[in-house]
Structures are given as C-alpha cells and as structure tokens.
Design a protein around this ligand. Structure first.
Ligand SMILES: *[C@@H]1O[C@H](CO)[C@@H](O)[C@H](O)[C@H]1NC(C)=O
Ligand SMILES: *[C@@H]1O[C@H](CO)[C@@H](O)[C@H](O)[C@H]1NC(C)=O
Ligand SMILES: *[C@@H]1O[C@H](CO)[C@@H](O)[C@H](O)[C@H]1NC(C)=O
Ligand SMILES: *[C@@H]1O[C@H](CO)[C@@H](O)[C@H](O)[C@H]1NC(C)=O
Ligand SMILES: *[C@@H]1O[C@H](CO)[C@@H](O)[C@H](O)[C@H]1NC(C)=O
Ligand SMILES: *[C@@H]1O[C@H](CO)[C@@H](O)[C@H](O)[C@H]1NC(C)=O
Ligand SMILES: *[C@@H]1O[C@H](CO)[C@@H](O)[C@H](O)[C@H]1NC(C)=O
Ligand SMILES: *[C@@H]1O[C@H](CO)[C@@H](O)[C@H](O)[C@H]1NC(C)=O
Ligand SMILES: *[C@@H]1O[C@H](CO)[C@@H](O)[C@H](O)[C@H]1NC(C)=O
Ligand SMILES: *[C@@H]1O[C@H](CO)[C@@H](O)[C@H](O)[C@H]1NC(C)=O
Ligand SMILES: CC(=O)N[C@H]1CO[C@H](CO)[C@@H](O)[C@@H]1O
Ligand SMILES: [Zn+2]
Length: 569
C-alpha cells in the first residue's frame, strides 16, 4: 500500500481547500470593508480647498505612482498580515513566529514581484530582568554596612538600573570618584586613581546618565555607581533610570546620602572606601530581530530616499492598523513602483524598509541609523540617506488625515533636518489640498521610526491617521464640510479605539481614509524622486546656516534615548 501517495492526495485536497477558503475570505473581507466606506466617497467638487496654511504649490498632476497604486492590493497584504496573526496566537510582536512570518511574507513577496536588492539585517535584542535583589556592601574605614535595596525608593539607599549587566564582586574593591559628574573627557582623565578596572562613582547632573555610562565604558571602569545630587528635596532618593540596551557595564543608582558618604570617604586621604556588590540577572539570551530593506536597483545610491514603516505589532494584538497598515502600504507602493517601471526613470535610489522592534522603542530604525553612522561603504553611509518618509498607522477607523508637521520638530533636533522636513510637510499638504481633502497636523516628536533619522540630522516626514488621540466634534464637522457627512465619524472617542488592543484587526481599518493616505504617500515619494536637485532642496545651506546661528548649538546624539532625554540630567 502506498501511504505516501494517499497522504499526498489529502495534502493536495487540503491545500486546494485552504486556497479557496483564503480567496473567499479575502474577497469577503475586502467586499464588506470597502462597501462600508464606499458611500462616503462623495468629494464635493464645488468646495474650495480650505485655507490650510502655506504649501509649495508644486503639484505633480500626473503622478504615475498615485495612479498605479491599488487599495485592493494594499488590503490584500493587510489580510495576509491578519491571517498570519490569526494563526500565530493573535500577534505579530517581535520574538514570536508571527513576526518572523511577517518579515518572510514581505521579503518573499518582494523577491517574487520585483528585482529590488533585498537586505535582511538581524540585530540582537536584549531583555533585562533581575534574578534577585542586588546587594551592595560598603566598607568605610573598616566598617562594613549592608546597604538597603527597596522598590520603595524613599526607603532605598540604592536601586538597580535597567540594562545594567550582571556582576558578582565579592571582594571589596576600591573606588574612584569622578569629578564634576563625569560629563567630559578631562573629568575622567583627571580622576585619580585612574578609573580603569575600578568602581567609579559619579554624581547626577550636567549631562545625562547615558553619557556618563558611555564615558565609564570608554575609560574601562569595572562598575558605575551613579548617585543623586541632593540639589533639592526631591533629589535625595535613588531614582529608576534606564541605560541603553547596548550598555555593557554593571551599574547601580545610589541615594545622595550614600553617594556623598562614599565620596567624602574617598576624598579623605586618611580614610578608606571600598565596596562589593552583586547584580544577579536572569540569563535571557538576546533574541534576533530583523529589518528588511529593498532597494531599487537604479538611481543614485549616494542619494537615497528611505520609505519606512514598522513590521512588528504589540504582543496584545494583531497590529493591523498599528502598524500593519503602514507595512502593507509600503509593500504595495514598492511593488507598484516596480511594476510600472517608474523606478527606472528616477534619479534617486528608493529604499523601502520595514523596521523591526518599533514597539519596544524604535530599535530597528535606531539600529539602521547607528550602522549608517559607522559605515564607510558608499551607499550605506548616513550621508547617503537624503530623507526618511514614515508610514505607521494609515487606516484608523475614526481617522484624521494626519500630516507630520515639520514645525513641531523638537528643539533637540540638529538644524540640518529642519528645512527639509518642513518642505516634505508642505508636499503632503499640497496633495490633500489639491484633492480637496481636509488634513490635520501631527507632531513630529518621538512616536515612531522617523525619530532616529531626525536625531541624526536627516529630514523626515510622513502620515499618521491617529492612535489614542481623541477625535473632536469640531474635527468631524470640519471634515464633513469637505467630505460630506460621515456616519462613522465619532466625536469624543479615540481616532483608533483599538490602538494596541486585540481588536486591532482587519475590521479596524477605514478603507476610505486608508486609500487616500496611501495615494498621498505615493504622491510624495514620486514628487521627491522627481525633484531636480533634491539634496539642495532638502538641505539649503544658507537657511541651515541661519538656523544654526539663531539657535544654540546642538550636539550629536549617541542614542535615541539620549535624544529623547529619557534619562534626565
Ligand atoms: C507627466 O510626468 C512626466 C514624467 O515626470 C513628465 O515628463 C511630463 O511632462 C508630465 N506631464 C504633464 C502634463 O505634467
Ligand atoms: C499565546 O498567547 C497566550 C496569551 O498571550 C500565552 O499565554 C500563550 O503562551 C501563547 N501561546 C503560544 C504558543 O505562544
Ligand atoms: C525567528 O527567526 C530567527 C532567525 O531565523 C530565529 O533565530 C528565531 O528563533 C525565530 N523566532 C521564532 C520565535 O521563531
Ligand atoms: C545590508 O544592510 C547592512 C546594514 O545596514 C549593511 O551593512 C550592508 O552593507 C547591506 N548589504 C547590502 C548588500 O546592501
Ligand atoms: C545583605 O542584605 C541582603 C538583603 O537584606 C541579604 O540578602 C544579604 O545576605 C546581606 N548580605 C550580607 C553580607 O550581610
Ligand atoms: C557569586 O560568587 C560566589 C563565589 O565567588 C558564589 O558562591 C555565589 O553563588 C555567586 N553568586 C551569584 C549570584 O552568582
Ligand atoms: C585602606 O585599604 C588598604 C587596602 O585595602 C589598606 O592597605 C590600608 O591600610 C587601608 N587604609 C586605611 C586608612 O584603612
Ligand atoms: C577623615 O577620616 C578620618 C578617619 O576616618 C576622620 O577622623 C576625619 O574626621 C576625616 N576628615 C574629614 C575632613 O572628613
Ligand atoms: C484639525 O484640522 C481641522 C481643519 O481641518 C481644524 O478645524 C481642527 O481644529 C484640527 N484639529 C486639531 C486637533 O488640530
Ligand atoms: C498646522 O500647524 C501650522 C503651524 O505649524 C498652522 O499654521 C496650521 O494652521 C495648522 N493646520 C491645521 C489644520 O491645524
Ligand atoms: C505613529 C503611530 O502612532 N504608530 C504607532 C505605531 O507604533 C508605535 C509604537 O506604538 C507607536 O508609538 C506609534 O504611535
Ligand atoms: Zn503600536
């Protein structure tokens, strides 16, 4: 008997059934969701575009990419992402099979349907978990004290620091106090004895903790003890801080009193201060996460337009609007650009990227920017990246047509990035105005993968249809002026009530809004790519010079958390 033969038959039948069911499911989902919003597509042609601030007036009326992009293709990709989440325990979060299958789907689809260069880059993600409470013993003039660790920081003499590494130092080891808080090389060079191999003690202030840790690493300290500065009554207790995920030093945070006691003992030539400590962590090996980028094979590799979205969801849900909607749009745009051969006529390289691990802190895009800063390979250097467009959530059910506003860039952003970001903002506004569509400003802050680019001085822009922000009555009314009454516009609830929840499914997409957003994205990509001297347009030397002289000089940021100031000074 040929069991393998009958088994094969069953597999064929089952596969066939699955394909039929899949197609039917897709069609049903598409049909229902599209129908639901069809009735809303009644743009009033007599309506004048509202006076919504300045634009570039540079409309590319025959944008081929806008014409080529099909919302049905975008929805098909979104259905595939939803199906992946359904079969993988309802999530596409990093370190799950749902995430791996998401990036495989994107990479496979691109390699079958385009001739783009596809690059999957893995990077490790560290997690941090204490196995036991840390222990800190101090010895001052031979008096040994077991210091108090407590999650009640008003009682604690010291506290752990997130992303500290583990250490088991059971011999008393001498201290070196770093003068002036350790924010400059000269502080570390003048410290005596030299910090190398010793436990260093640095006071809060003058620069942020991540910078102090970076110096401690550079000067090869064994462990970093930070302590509060007592500058006011709320600066006595230890505080909870986080270092970079890439931090390689053991570190603890001490109260002002304890830090002061150790520092005084160190500075007193007749006395002696040393410590021993144990930081015991759960040993979770770093797990790999990937970014995928796909490059058009033509176009100047030293002038690249980066079109990004993130590929992961939160653990709690399938992440179809957040941020599957950005990923699916990005994929459909990439393939449409290829299939129409538009890419061959563009002067610049377009690089489509799907960043991993956005949801836990923009890790994938930050990794990309860090690598670019280090790279000397032509085409991979930071300077080869002209602009970043970010498409995160595009189909929020109670949507706004949100355009990242270059004027809202944080004042920690290097000046280089500012004029270009404002121009990109205008391009998006041009499109919405020309289509007689309303739009809203959205903050270009720290919420998504554009942030590492901005922090590195690369111009950025993009779209956001709304997350937990509330849609106002005024907004509904204002949108209705241009779009006609919308029965789905619900005032006083979130723009995406399913944001970061399990109900962020294929039903959570407003297809009408989604289509407009995807077309706006297509318009801006093509418009930028057809700009004659894009570099000069985005980085006008004189304007940047003027900005520089009018603002106080901004420094380079070593990490995204430093840029955001997550680690207070
Ligand atoms: C349409 O776009 C093409 C390609 O950019 C351009 O050469 C042509 O002049 C444009 N036509 C019109 C009518 O704008
Ligand atoms: C599925 O998710 C539930 C709840 O989030 C979790 O407890 C369970 O371990 C997950 N199962 C798998 C196979 O990942
Ligand atoms: C995802 O893929 C990576 C790389 O192939 C692999 O190391 C990892 O174990 C996979 N994760 C899961 C949860 O399957
Ligand atoms: C792939 O990306 C990595 C990281 O950005 C880069 O180092 C490498 O050169 C890229 N490879 C190709 C073939 O582009
Ligand atoms: C210090 O205190 C901790 C917690 O109270 C305790 O677990 C540890 O054994 C003590 N160590 C010494 C050397 O006394
Ligand atoms: C620390 O090292 C000592 C011996 O050097 C060992 O007895 C102890 O179990 C270690 N503790 C931890 C938490 O690893
Ligand atoms: C300080 O410690 C060193 C070694 O730990 C020791 O030799 C020295 O006598 C101590 N000095 C005082 C004043 O306790
Ligand atoms: C320095 O330490 C010695 C020995 O512990 C102590 O007697 C003296 O008061 C200390 N001096 C100062 C200025 O704290
Ligand atoms: C959004 O834009 C509309 C104009 O379309 C304006 O009336 C409304 O105040 C804006 N809402 C917010 C929250 O900015
Ligand atoms: C968007 O913000 C700009 C200022 O940056 C303002 O001039 C404009 O009126 C705002 N537009 C809307 C629709 O809120
Ligand atoms: C831009 C946006 O809102 N999208 C969400 C996608 O995921 C990131 C992480 O949650 C959120 O911060 C963004 O808000
Ligand atoms: Zn999210």
């Amino acid at each position: 008997m040929n069991t393998s033969g009958s088994c094969l038959l069953i597999i064929i039948v089952l596969t066939g059934l699955f394909v039929i069911i899949s197609i039917a499911l897709n069609a049903a989902i598409l049909g229902i969701v599209i129908n639901r919003f069809d009735q809303l597509k009644k743009t009033n042609d007599n309506q004048e575009p509202t006076t919504m601030s300045t634009t570039t007036n540079r409309i590319l009326l025959n944008s081929s990419l806008v014409e080529a992009i099909r919302i049905s293709d975008v929805m098909e990709h979104l259905s595939q992402l939803y199906r992946i989440a359904l079969t993988e325990n309802g999530t596409r979060a990093i370190n799950t099979k749902g995430f791996n299958r998401t990036i495989d789907y994107i990479a496979d689809y691109l390699s079958i349907n385009t001739n783009y260069y596809i690059n999957k880059t893995y990077f490790p993600i560290r997690t941090f978990q204490l196995a036991n409470n840390p222990i800190l013993l101090t010895s001052i003039n031979g008096v040994i004290i077991n210091r108090t660790y407590s999650t009640d920081l008003t009682k604690a003499e010291f506290f752990h620091i997130q992303y500290s590494t583990a250490i088991n130092l059971t011999d008393f080891t001498a201290l070196t106090v770093i003068p002036n808080g350790g924010c400059l090389d000269e502080d570390w060079l003048s410290a005596n004895p030299s910090p190398m191999g010793r436990i260093v003690l640095a006071k809060r202030g003058l620069c942020d903790f991540i910078q102090k840790a970076a110096f401690a690493t550079t000067y090869q300290a064994k462990t970093l003890l930070l302590y509060n500065d007592g500058a006011s009554s709320d600066r006595n207790n230890p505080i909870f801080i986080s270092l970079d995920r890439s931090n390689e030093l053991p570190a603890l945070f001490l109260s002002f009193d304890l830090g002061q006691e150790l520092a005084n003992a160190f500075l007193n030539s007749t006395s002696n201060a040393s410590v021993c400590l144990i930081i015991d962590l759960v040993n979770i090996p770093p797990f790999p996460v990937a970014n995928i980028c796909a490059d058009t094979p033509t176009g100047d590799i030293t002038q690249t337009i980066i079109v990004g979205s993130h590929s992961d969801s939160v653990p709690d849900g399938p992440g179809i609007n957040d941020n599957g909607s950005g990923s699916a749009a990005n994929l459909a745009l990439a393939v449409a650009l290829f299939q129409t051969s538009i890419y061959t006529t563009l002067k610049y390289r377009i690089r489509f990227c799907w960043w991993g691990a956005e949801e836990i802190g923009l890790i994938g895009s930050d990794f990309y920017v860090k690598q670019a800063k280090l790279s000397t390979i032509i085409g991979e250097r930071l300077s080869d990246n002209l602009v970043n467009l970010n498409f995160d959530m595009l189909g929020s059910p109670n949507y706004v047509f949100g355009i990242y506003n270059g004027e809202t860039i944080t004042n920690t952003t290097p000046e280089n990035a500012i004029p270009g970001s404002i121009k990109v903002t205008s391009l998006f506004r041009d499109w919405f105005n020309s289509q007689k569509l309303p739009w809203n400003n959205s903050t270009l802050g720290s919420g998504s993968d554009y942030a590492p680019f901005l922090a590195a001085g690369v111009a950025a822009g993009g779209l956001l249809s709304g997350a937990s922000g509330i849609k106002t009555k005024e907004q509904c009314d204002r949108y209705a002026l241009l779009l006609g009454p919308d029965p789905y516009c619900t005032p006083n609830i979130a723009q995406d009530p399913c944001y970061h929840r399990s109900c962020d499914t294929i039903w959570n997409i407003n297809v009408f809004a989604y289509e407009k957003m995807v077309k706006a994205a297509g318009y801006v990509i093509e418009s930028l790519a057809r700009t004659d001297n894009l570099k000069e347009w985005l980085y006008p030397t004189q304007e940047i010079q003027n900005l520089k002289s009018s603002r106080k000089n901004k420094r380079e940021y070593n990490s995204i958390s430093e840029y955001f100031g997550l680690t207070s000074v």
